[in-house]
Design a protein around this ligand. Structure first.
Ligand SMILES: C[S@@+](CC[C@H](N)C(=O)[O-])C[C@H]1O[C@@H](n2cnc3c(N)ncnc32)[C@H](O)[C@@H]1O
Length: 307
């Protein structure tokens, strides 16, 4: 299979032009794509570089299929929460722009045995990095009822979280919950048919977030990225669910993830970023028709104000 073909089927990049505009690329600058995936955004950044450099991160080894051949490019295969440490090893202390296209790639959803999707029969796995130890199967079978209820509520925003956790615990006392369809049969009949897909997406999302410790990694990466940006450097972040978007929005608007904002003597909010777009950017109707995944995308762009 040719390289292009692999990339086309791996993941179709979302809001590509809008992200490039947001990065406002200096051809000689240093850029970071913290979520390389199929490399759609990276390849577009590379087209705009002359003497500049692009560092890309991804924790999934499947992305090694998609690497562009370019002297301006380096992939660092690790969790993006390590961005500062790994860039320092490359001798990089400050960068001109950072792009984050959060969450899971279409490839990860579409490869049945990765266990991310309830559309396919597979063992419950959901690890983005297949050499990490915690799997969805362990969470579903070993977490306490209370921990399960908490993660369903916090990461899936499931109102019946306690009931769902109770059902999982009773079912696993009879027989271990091993596969996606085992889990789906435990949840069968809990919500009306018309809400079933939405509900299952929320359950699977919440388990995936826990498997990959996504929220802690995201917070660490967001904070460290702000430190890494040069003055006027751009931070371009795309998220696909409200939990992620809320963190990005609060950090961009209020300078912190939660709680009271800090203000100076004149009442100005103390923060290191200013928003480039006040309103969140979403995909056009045409892009949404063409690429289902773009429907939930929310793009926020900010600029570093001081170092
Ligand atoms: C939405 S895809 C990116 C798609 C990419 N922009 C493209 O156009 O092909 C997200 C990618 O980020 C990676 N990822 C998610 N969380 C990560 C983390 N904490 N550290 C490193 N990579 C991560 C996933 O493995 C996935 O490949």
């Amino acid at each position: 299979m040719g390289n292009n073909l692999i990339q086309m089927s791996y993941h179709k990049p979302v809001l590509l032009e809008e992200c490039m505009e947001g990065l406002n690329i200096n051809p000689d600058g240093i850029y970071v794509d913290v979520t390389f995936g199929g490399g759609g955004h990276s390849k577009e950044i590379l087209k705009r570089l002359k003497n500049g450099k692009l560092y890309a991160f991804d924790r999934d080894s499947d992305v090694l299929e998609n690497l562009p051949e370019s002297k301006n490019f380096k992939l660092i295969q690790t969790n993006y929460k390590n961005i500062k440490r790994f860039l320092r090893l490359e001798g990089v202390k400050k960068v001109d722009g950072i792009l984050a296209d959060l969450g899971v790639s279409s490839h990860q959803f579409d490869v049945a045995e990765r266990g991310f999707s309830f559309r396919f029969e597979s063992e419950l796995d959901m690890r983005m990095n297949t050499s990490s130890s915690l799997t969805a199967r362990q969470i579903v079978n070993e977490y306490s009822q209370e921990d399960l209820a908490n993660l369903l509520f916090q990461y899936g925003e499931i109102r019946q979280s306690r009931k769902v956790a109770g059902l999982i615990v009773s079912a696993r006392e009879e027989k271990e919950i091993v596969t996606t369809s085992d889990l789906m049969s435990v949840l069968d009949g809990l919500v009306p048919e018309k809400n079933k897909n939405q509900f299952l997406s929320q359950v699977f999302q919440s388990i995936r977030i826990e498997v990959n410790n996504e929220i802690e990694s995201l917070k660490q990466m967001l904070e460290d990225s702000i430190d890494l940006l040069k003055e006027e450097g751009r931070f371009v972040v795309m998220s696909y669910h409200s939990l992620e978007d809320r963190l990005v929005k609060n950090l961009f608007k209020r300078g912190r993830f939660s709680g009271e904002v800090e203000k100076d003597f004149f009442g100005n909010v103390l923060k290191d970023l200013k928003e480039v777009n006040r309103k969140v950017i979403v995909a056009s109707d045409a892009e949404q028709r063409e690429n289902n995944r773009s429907r939930s995308a929310k793009l926020r762009i900010a600029e570093k104000v001081k170092c």
